[in-house]
Design a protein around this ligand. Structure first.
Ligand SMILES: Cc1ncc(COP(=O)(O)O)c(C=O)c1O
Length: 398
């Protein structure tokens, strides 16, 4: 949950500096007044350097970044876009915004896209595959990449929750045709709201940039007011505050990752022998962003009881189960009942494999600022709660 924990003096200075040097908050123009300082540009260049991609576009939020990425790979009304059942609702919204049809796979024990189900869901109408790296953990990307390649489909990585996490040494978000990050308040680094589109493909970058800025081509031969265009777009631009704060936060990324990975390792070690609990499968443990620790209880009932008892002790969970309604397609009747195939169905049964994992899952938030004492309290709370749940279930059975 990290970035917001470390918002402080550096971010404040970065904003003060913007005001001291002309106070231009718009990302383009007024070159003299702003003393030629362009912080969104600087932030984009710094991210590109950090993750090793050619092009980065900073926009107003991650949902817009995802819509732009999908549009830029050519998704149009009526196309099918495959994503996974466990995600934030924004992934589906970005697909719907383009008039495309979300096709949703099961998740497996990694709580990310099940490659076996992905293959089954590909049709002639499929236009893109969107794996989501939930809670900073990679999907089974080798398998997913092989399937995408076999069918000639672009991968659009929803890395909203996974900035800085890696898969086999490469940053998540840089494995497919295009990736996105979110910079909202719950993310690994944050600018309050904000998003990034990252790609090595110049055509994808230019298309996303044009659409994010009313179709502006940024033709260097003419002033902005006379800019050339071949298409319309919308306004998803970032402003200089995103750039200034983003630069300050980016400098903290490695520290954030190191601290939360350390803290997660200690908590995992402390609870690993509890009977009945089983950890989420992590396809590439070294690359895990480390901001969440997820384990499964033996049953849905035990998981509910566990979460309630943990909360009573003053320890919250992170999305599972407290905000599952915003993260699981099995609860989204407001979306899927618009499609005749799903109307009136019990959606938890439609994605029954996912339901089987998600309804048994407990997700613990891992903070950057977690003194040893707090780590030990979390371990003790989880151990005690597990024992209480076992006892209570035993009593209710007798
Ligand atoms: C998986 C996923 N995709 C997309 C988004 C959307 O990002 P934003 O909140 O910046 O619009 C989020 C945000 O929580 C997310 O978790």
């Amino acid at each position: 949950m990290p970035g917001f924990e470390l918002i402080g003096e550096e971010e404040k200075q970065a904003v003060a500096d913007l005001f001291d040097k002309g106070g231009v908050l718009y990302r383009y123009g007024l070159d003299a007044k702003r003393q030629n300082i362009f912080r969104v540009n600087d932030f984009e260049n710094a991210v590109a350097k950090k993750i090793g991609v050619k092009h980065v576009l900073c926009v107003c939020n991650g949902t817009a970044a995802l819509k732009l990425a999908l549009l830029a790979v050519g998704v149009k009304a009526g196309d099918e876009v495959i994503t996974q059942s466990f995600t934030f609702i924004a992934t589906i919204e970005a697909i719907l915004e383009l008039g495309a049809v979300p096709v949703v796979t099961e998740v497996d024990k990694s709580l990310n896209m099940d490659p076996k189900d992905l293959e089954k869901k590909i049709t002639k109408k499929t236009k893109a595959i969107v794996p989501v790296y939930m809670a900073g953990v990679a999907a089974k990307m080798e398998e997913i990449q092989a399937i995408a390649q076999k069918h000639g489909l672009p991968i659009v990585e929803d890395s909203a929750q996974a900035m800085g996490a890696t898969y086999k040494g490469k940053y998540l978000g840089t494995l497919g045709a295009v990736g996105i990050y979110s910079l909202d308040i719950g993310k690994i680094i944050t600018t309050g709201e904000g998003g990034l589109v990252v790609t090595n493909d110049e055509k994808i970058y230019l298309k996303a940039r044009e659409y994010s800025d009313h179709g502006h081509e940024q033709n260097p031969k003419v002033p902005r007011g006379e800019d050339t265009r071949t298409t319309w777009g919308f306004n998803y631009k970032a402003n200089e505050l995103h750039g200034a704060i983003g630069l300050a936060q980016l400098k903290k990324l490695d520290y954030i990752l190191q601290k939360q990975r350390d803290n997660k390792r200690k908590i995992k070690e402390g609870i690993k022998n509890i009977p009945g609990i089983e950890f989420r499968e992590i396809p590439n443990p070294e690359g895990d962003a480390g901001d969440t620790l997820i384990f499964f209880m033996p049953s849905r009932e035990k998981a509910s009881l566990f979460a309630k008892k943990l909360k009573d002790k003053g320890f919250g969970t992170k999305n599972l189960p407290d905000a599952i309604d915003w993260h699981f397609a099995g609860t989204w009747t407001q979306i899927f009942y618009n499609f005749s195939e799903f109307k009136g169905k019990d959606l938890e049964k439609v994605w029954s494999q996912s339901t089987g994992y998600l309804r048994r899952a407990i997700a613990l938030p891992i903070m950057v600022l977690m003194p040893e004492e707090r780590i030990n309290q979390v371990i003790a709370a989880v151990r005690d709660t597990a024992q209480e749940v076992e006892k209570e279930c035993l009593v209710s059975r007798t």
